[in-house]
Design a protein around this ligand. Structure first.
Ligand code: ADP
Ligand code: MG
Length: 687
């Protein structure tokens, strides 16, 4: 039992004072000192006390204060993992799951996969009966509910990075609130760097009338407690540009070079938006450094984004050698999820990639959009970890003050809800809009999702999962449109081909990234190009890659991203195992590319578009909403412009571009989805 300490949790459970525990009696490992120096250590007893007494504890603390790596260890030390129980800690991103798991395993002196393990989609590094602390994505925890709705093996679930308000995090919080009613012994910790702690606390405090509580007397206090961990961040001086910059990538590179030239030692963290612009910036910086060797010697340029290999991840955390300066160019994963030691300078582009969904046009896009003020502050804060730092914002002060929103919009309100709906249906939750969510999903998006799922024959007219398709789709942890394509491919005898395509579509890109057009890359693409379109061209690339003996040299020569191809091979194996578990044996259709195209359409018929008859510039209109769209220049069908196409996704820059396009016969659309392409659709009971 944890010792109690001086805690005042009457007023909404706010903690005012916590007594530091005396040093523990057991022997010190080399990490013990480091652990005790983290801000969260002072609150160890308080945290354990609150978790003991309250069903829900909300912990707010600055990035790097030790929330993610320490709290699960404290819980384990206090006995929460005894008797076969497991402590779970969720993260919104796969990369941070792996990274924190290996850090915690290292601190505890154990191997990852034993006492400390992790699970991400398609990768389970846990050992049942042995693993006591488990890191996982919130998406994976949601999936675990399908087999174990009350998540009975967990004693404490820590939902980390809650301020990000990802779709999965919000879904999870809504469901956990329900689970708590049935399992008073379950403890929740909600932790984040910045949080509207009050609104989160209100969410867990209020209950709907018929929710009930199993045992008011012996159970924990249902009043959530809030604990704020004081960080010890150093001051950060903020600099703005005087004039708006037109090319933030170039501006970021220039800023790094300037810092390197003028500022004393200390690493630089640059926030860009995604793999493509990060790779481009790394390239620019490396070229630049090579040209002017003397001036820029000592610059170590590294990238940080979710598709990174383990070796590259490890480099990020390796201490900077003496006389060198590390430059880490990152997505917003370094905003709060990962702590990078040694950063003294931050360069903030002011942008991140964000999901936006328009239910009218049914288009979801990853758009490069301005971040919120809250994000900008977090980014700046990353410069003050080790000593006073500097943050260079590549936007004007006016822009910060007037144009940046105070906070971001929760993802639930700007996402396509197809996967969300299917997951809840699989959990038997029918009244989705009547459910208690932190932010209500927009009804228009719900209607769209239900329509799409109905036309995919995943939901029936009563909005229940169909059998077997609906239930099988729910089992496959992929976008339902891809899952549907996989199931149809089985019937059409082309599953071998379709899982290759599914695997390739799920990696960022199989091509090396270049900025703008690139002659060499275009020539290589032509070599693999198939008249049917990108998906079939992917099959050609994959075949050639296998024939090369999966050679990295071959990839290099052909502008193909070796790292992506390795992931494709891995993912393919996992998909193959997964469908076998559903009782499906993959078959190949040989050269029958019509079967492949029909399978694709069975999942993606809603993404059909038709070339405008007299269009000079290759303008298409989507069949669904008559939206103007164009084939992306990276597609093998760019300039070919077949009359009818189906695309995988849309990307908006100056125009809406269709990414990964395949030519089709329009009659296949009505065959694949008669309801969808009929004038009048049957009305589906929605709510
Ligand atoms: P929080 O979750 O509060 O942001 P963390 O628990 O992630 O903080 O990190 C606490 C400290 O542990 C960091 O300040 C850093 O010094 C250290 N740390 C975390 N992960 C790593 C890692 N992979 N390598 C080295 N140090 C790490
Ligand atoms: Mg953390």
């Amino acid at each position: 039992k944890p010792r109690s300490c001086l805690v005042d949790d009457e007023e909404g459970g706010v903690l005012f004072y916590a007594a530091p525990p005396s040093s523990s009696g057991h022997g010190y490992s080399s990490f013990e000192r480091l652990r005790q120096r983290l801000p969260v250590f002072k609150y160890r007893t308080a945290i354990l006390y609150l978790v003991e007494k309250h069903a829900t504890t909300i912990i707010v603390g600055e990035t790097g204060s030790g929330k993610t790596t320490q709290i699960p260890q404290y819980l384990k030390e206090a006995g929460w993992a005894e008797g076969g129980r497991v402590i779970a800690c969720t993260q919104p991103r796969r990369l941070s799951v792996q990274s924190v798991a290996s850090r915690v395993a290292e601190e505890m002196g154990v191997k990852v996969g034993e006492e400390v393990g992790y699970t991400i989609r398609f990768e389970d590094k846990t050992n049942q009966g042995v693993t006591k602390i488990k890191f996982l994505t919130d998406g994976v925890l949601l999936r675990e509910m399908m087999n174990d709705p009350l998540l009975t093996k967990y004693s404490v679930i820590m939902v980390d990075e809650a301020h990000e308000r990802s779709l999965s995090t919000d879904t999870l919080l809504g469901l956990l609130k329900k689970i708590q009613r049935r399992r008073p012994e379950l403890r929740l910790i909600i932790s984040s760097a910045t949080i509207e702690a009050k609104s989160m606390s209100n969410f867990f405090r209020t209950r709907k009338k018929n929710d009930g509580q199993a045992s008011e007397d012996n159970g924990p206090n249902i009043e959530p407690s809030i604990l704020s961990v004081e960080g010890k961040g150093f001051p950060v001086e903020i600099f703005y540009v005087e004039e708006p910059v037109s090319d933030y990538l170039r501006a970021a590179v220039d800023a790094v070079l300037l810092i390197h030239e003028k500022e004393p030692v200390g690493d630089v963290l640059v926030f860009l938006t995604g793999q493509d612009d990060i790779d481009a910036a790394v390239q620019l910086l490396t070229d630049e450094a090579r040209e002017t060797t003397r001036r820029h010697s000592g610059l170590l340029v590294l990238s940080l984004y979710s598709g990174l290999s383990r070796a590259d991840q490890d480099l990020i955390f390796t201490p900077t050698p003496k006389g060198k300066r590390k430059v880490i160019i990152s997505t917003n994963i370094a905003e709060t999820s990962l702590t990078l030691e040694g950063v003294v300078y931050v360069v903030d582009s002011g942008f991140s990639k964000q999901r936006f969904y328009n239910p009218i046009s049914d288009i979801e896009n990853l758009v490069v959009a301005p971040i919120s003020k809250a994000s900008a502050r977090q980014r700046a804060g990353r410069a003050g970890r080790v000593r006073p730092g500097k943050c260079f914002r590549l936007y004007t002060e006016d822009f910060f003050v007037q144009d940046m929103p105070v906070e971001g919009i929760p993802e639930m309100q700007r996402s396509n809800l197809v996967s969300f709906v299917i997951q809840l249906k699989a959990l038997g939750i029918d009244n989705i809009l009547g459910f208690d969510w932190l932010a209500l999903p927009p009804p228009e998006s719900m209607i769209r999702a239900l329509e799409v799922l109905y036309s995919l024959e995943i939901l029936d007219e009563d909005a229940k999962l169909t059998s077997p398709t609906g239930f099988q789709v729910a089992e496959i942890p992929l976008d339902p449109m891809i899952s549907k394509m996989i199931l149809t491919a089985d019937a059409l005898g082309c599953l071998e081909e379709i899982i290759t395509i599914a695997a390739i579509l799920s990696v960022q890109s199989i091509w090396v990234s270049v900025r703008g057009t690139h002659k060499g890359l275009d020539e290589v693409k032509l070599r693999f190009a198939a008249a049917e379109g990108d998906h079939v061209s992917f099959l050609n690339v994959y075949k050639a890659f296998l024939q090369s003996g999966k050679s990295s040299q071959w990839c290099y020569k052909n502008y193909i991203n070796y790292h992506s191809m390795k992931k494709v091979v891995e993912m393919r194996e996992q998909l193959s195992r997964l469908v076998r578990r559903l009782g499906i044996i993959p078959k190949s259709c040989g050269m029958d590319m019509q079967a492949v195209r029909r399978a694709i359409i069975s999942g993606f018929f809603a993404h059909a578009s038709q070339l405008e008859e007299y269009s000079q510039n290759g303008m298409y209109k989507t069949v669904r909403s008559s939206q103007e769209v164009y084939i992306h220049p990276s597609s093998v069908l760019f300039r070919v412009n077949p009359k009818w196409v189906v695309y995988h996704s849309l990307v908006s820059t100056d125009k809406h571009y269709m990414h990964n396009v395949i030519a089709i016969d329009p009659s296949w659309l009505t065959e694949a989805a008669p309801h969808f392409y009929q004038q009048r659709r049957p009305s589906i009971p929605l709510f």
